[in-house]
Design a protein around this ligand. Structure first.
Ligand SMILES: Nc1ncnc2c1ncn2[C@@H]1O[C@H](COP(=O)(O)OP(=O)(O)OP(=O)(O)O)[C@@H](O)[C@H]1O
Ligand SMILES: [Mg+2]
Length: 312
């Protein structure tokens, strides 16, 4: 493919990507199996081509770590997020037991390093939604806090990079009936401020009705073929003034309606370029050991030899 052809392919998505970076967030809505993941992978690739834009992808099923383009990824084990129950002793009330649930996240230095990569994918093998949401909220919070402090000290213009969180399983972030109230409230509060801080969410759902109204009302929508229920309950009204409103129940798998621009967007079938690689495996192939690492290594060899000689 020539460079101009390549350019044209990405130019198709550029108006959408620019619009999202300017105005906030995107929620992709389409029925099961009608091209959401495919569209999100194309969008993620398009975001990565933007200047001053980083993507953080989070998945709870190992799909992107096999099928997306080359980028570093981290595998988060079930044992990396640990529940800590604090027993509260409250003498003045007649409680039998009262606990307050909290979590700690292990592997702090690895996850910090992961967040310093330009683009990164987290594949979560966490078994319950509460810990999944806690983990994702913590990732969002680390960017939120950093940008908040930059804005506070130097003004909003000093934030020089966009961060795009891509998470297909939007229910893990914004479905109040699934996640704990505390995490939900924390995410919701951040969500109302993130756009100003150049933090964006790109999410997907099968049914619009599953997403909290406060969240739904603030994102830009991209709608593929939806089920009739969802259409009758919500989507018909949202699209009442749009010229494409009647196409939505029969859209082919490769087409979505970008609602703010009332435009049908075609998506090509995603073809992987390179492969994601585990972040921890990169240094061996990439960097030469420094004189200090060689010195430590040699010293260990010498010490090992000495140990061996002692035991002989
Ligand atoms: N633009 C496209 N062109 C051709 N085939 C496509 C396109 N998009 C998706 N498909 C095919 O349709 C299948 C389902 O797509 P995809 O996995 O993206 O759907 P989904 O909405 O994410 O599904 P699920 O709800 O199960 O997560 C894929 O296996 C893919 O081969
Ligand atoms: Mg999918």
């Amino acid at each position: 493919m020539t460079t101009t052809n390549k350019q044209q392919k990405h130019d198709k998505l550029k108006p959408i990507v620019d619009d999202i970076l300017k105005y906030g967030d995107l929620l992709l809505v389409a029925n099961k199996g009608v091209g959401k993941t495919n569209a999100l992978m194309q969008l993620a690739r398009a975001f990565r081509l933007q200047e001053n834009t980083r993507v953080v992808i989070v998945e709870t099923f190992p799909k992107w770590c096999n099928e997306f383009d080359e980028l570093p990824f981290v595998f988060v084990n079930d044992s990396d997020v640990v529940t800590t129950d604090t027993f509260l002793e409250l003498n003045e009330e007649d409680y039998f037991v009262r606990t307050s649930r909290d979590y700690v996240i292990r592997r702090g230095s690895e996850f910090t390093e992961a967040l310093s990569q330009t683009d990164i994918l987290f594949t979560l093998a966490l078994e319950d939604t509460d810990r999944i949401s806690f983990f994702i909220a913590s990732l969002v919070y680390s960017f939120y806090r950093k940008n908040y402090l930059t804005a506070y000290k130097y003004g909003l213009d000093a934030i020089d990079q966009h961060v795009v969180f891509i998470c297909e399983e939007s229910q893990n972030l914004f479905d109040a009936s699934i996640i704990s109230k505390r995490t939900f409230n924390k995410l919701r509060k951040m969500f109302s401020e993130t756009r100003n801080l150049k933090i964006h969410f790109v999410l997907a759902t099968q049914r619009l009705v599953d997403i909290n109204t406060k969240i739904r009302g603030r994102t830009r929508l991209m709608i593929g073929r939806v089920n009739v229920d969802d259409y009758d309950l919500k989507i018909r009204r949202i699209l009442r003034h749009k010229k494409h409103k009647s196409d939505i129940l029969s859209l082919p798998i490769d087409q979505f309606l970008y609602v703010p621009q009332d435009r049908i967007v075609p998506f090509d079938l995603f073809k992987q370029k390179g492969k994601p690689y585990l972040l921890s495996t990169k240094p061996e192939t990439e960097t030469k050991p420094s004189w200090f690492q060689r010195w430590i290594y040699n010293r260990e060899l010498i010490n090992n030899d000495r140990e061996k000689q002692k035991t002989v």
